[in-house]
Design a protein around this ligand. Structure first.
Ligand SMILES: [Zn+2]
Length: 57
């Protein structure tokens, strides 16, 4: 169980999640990243589809 940093909902998370794993909050839909597994901590991932920001389309 973890707390969504966006809406503070209690989220059920698998015990075997890995750091860096991301998933969507079932309550608010925010993308969350596992930043720590012990204790389990989540951080919101800003919406950004592109890793590389260089260059213009
Ligand atoms: Zn949420």
């Amino acid at each position: 169980m973890a707390i969504c940093p966006e809406c503070e909902a209690n989220i059920e998370v698998d015990d075997d999640v890995d750091e860096g794993q991301t998933f969507d909050c079932p309550e608010c839909g925010a993308e969350l990243e596992v930043v720590s597994t012990n204790p389990l901590e989540l951080d919101a991932v800003p919406p950004n589809e592109d890793e590389e920001d260089e260059g213009y389309a």
